[in-house]
Design a protein around this ligand. Structure first.
Ligand SMILES: [Fe+2]
Length: 461
């Protein structure tokens, strides 16, 4: 489909294709890949009910993982206490992060991966040879039914025991952030009693070093910069759950645009102190945006710009969207592109920049990639959500995204591709995919943006 009205910029080109069309980037799976043993993960906490227990954790490979799990169950708070970092000498079972001086030109990202569903899309992702994979939340589904949340531990065990995922995570650097289902509670916010346990479980799974600040501070937000000046890519990963206020429930559950929540009416005095990021994370984000970088991928689990639905999104606390746009303006942070997940559908979004104090100083783009394994599919008689900020159609095939950067031409290309054949053939919501004949990696849509257009206007070339 040709570029529709909302993206008729000189340097922005949108292409969408139907799932049945062929793609020139159908990456072949690696030939004769070795079949590896499932990789072990931290043992689950004891299921001993309602009392304090300590248990030593030993890995299935017997590589002497010596971390102790303190499984104290504070009945009043129903909290499952965090785990300790892995011993520094423990062998790593995940690929190391790219070096700080590495120039990154291709990343992949995705979200909402049900660990019990097939993970065969990793063959296609790996075939494209990205330098990093970013999870935009819901890496596993482990909603807790009560302490000590064996569901979450089991979910991670299942994922790391998956042959395809285990093969990929040992070779492809992966990072990301938790959303609600891997934080242990659907649509959770700051009051989630499982968040500390879920956080440390995540850090354990990905062998995050004990020196990483995420072990010692609330939340999982973090940032990294790769590359030399002129080719510096900054990844800013936001925690949109740890500090988040409650959203305002809808009075019309399931109604279009008001499915679960409605925005606070700020002018009526509602939600004046409500927050998405919380004070500490906002202060940290400002400091990150003030660092020099050429392209900044700002990663949020829930959608930031989207305005056409009543599910979770930043716009439920409208002043937080404005605050982000204003902060980008105040810090003169160029090169910001938003990545998100959560929705079980995918698409591109754009909100115009401008000279107003509360606007971003340039057009902001967001790509939502969701779901890797179980996207929401429209019924034949169902109309898609209307969102004035969306560019092109909403995508309901299972999908993952890529971000490629041509540093010489100063272009960023965002792509969405099918993650499995279940995203190609019609499947009903909540029905398992039975086909799995490796038809994946097909182009769904792409969007190319000039880095020069992502600069405060007085700095554009
Ligand atoms: Fe999800």
């Amino acid at each position: 489909m040709e570029c529709p009205t909302p993206c008729e910029g000189d340097h922005v080109k949108l292409t969408t294709t139907t799932a049945s069309s062929s793609s020139e980037v159908h990456a072949a799976p690696p030939a004769d890949r070795p079949r590896v043993q499932p990789l072990s993960i931290a043992s689950p906490p004891s299921s001993t009910p309602a009392r304090t227990t300590q248990c030593a954790v030993a890995s299935a490979f017997a590589f002497a993982l010596a971390a102790l799990l303190t499984v104290g169950l504070a009945v009043a708070g129903s909290r499952t206490p965090p785990l300790e970092p892995r011993a520094a000498a423990a062998p790593r079972r995940v690929a190391s992060m790219p070096a700080a001086n590495a120039t990154l030109t291709l990343l992949a990202h995705g979200s909402c991966s049900d660990q019990v569903k097939a993970q065969r899309f990793w063959k296609v992702v790996m075939g494209m040879a990205p330098q990093l994979f970013v999870y935009n939340g819901d890496i596993v589904y482990g909603d807790c039914t009560g302490p000590p949340c064996a569901e979450l531990t089991s979910a991670w065990s299942t994922l790391f025991a998956d042959e395809d995922f285990g093969w990929a995570v040992a070779r492809l650097p992966m990072e990301g952030i938790l959303d609600d289902h891997d934080y242990g509670m659907n649509d959770c916010s700051a009051s989630n009693p499982y968040k500390g346990f879920a956080k440390s479980l995540f850090l354990h799974q990905f062998d995050v070093p004990s020196t990483d600040p995420r072990w010692s501070r609330p939340g999982l937000y973090h940032a990294r910069i790769h590359g030399a000046p002129g080719r510096r890519l900054q990844l800013i990963t936001l925690d949109t759950r740890w500090f988040r206020s409650e959203f305002k429930p809808t009075d019309c559950r399931g109604c279009p645009g008001r499915q679960r929540y409605v925005p606070y009416n700020i002018s009526a005095g509602e939600g004046a102190s409500a927050t998405i990021l919380g004070a500490a994370q906002w202060a940290w984000l400002r400091a990150e945006l003030e660092k020099p970088a050429d392209v900044r991928l700002l990663i949020s689990t829930v959608q930031v710009l989207s305005s056409g639905h009543g599910w979770e999104r930043w716009g439920m606390i409208p002043q937080e969207v404005t605050r982000l746009q204003r902060m980008i303006r105040e810090t003169r942070a160029g090169g910001v592109v938003l990545l998100s997940g959560d929705r079980h559908s995918a698409g591109f979004y754009r909100t115009p920049g401008g000279d107003a104090t509360d606007s971003a100083p340039y057009d902001l783009y967001e790509v939502t990639s969701s779901s890797l394994t179980h996207s929401f599919r429209l019924r034949a008689d169902e109309e898609d959500e209307v969102d004035p900020l969306r560019i092109g159609r909403a995508i309901h095939e299972n999908n993952f995204g890529t971000v490629s950067i041509d540093w010489a031409k100063r272009l960023i290309t965002l792509r969405l591709l099918t993650s499995d054949d279940c995203g190609v053939s019609p499947q009903e919501w909540h029905r398992p995919c039975l086909a799995h004949n490796d038809v994946s990696g097909r182009d769904l849509a792409n969007l190319t943006i000039s880095i020069d257009d992502l600069q405060p206007r007085d700095e554009q070339r």
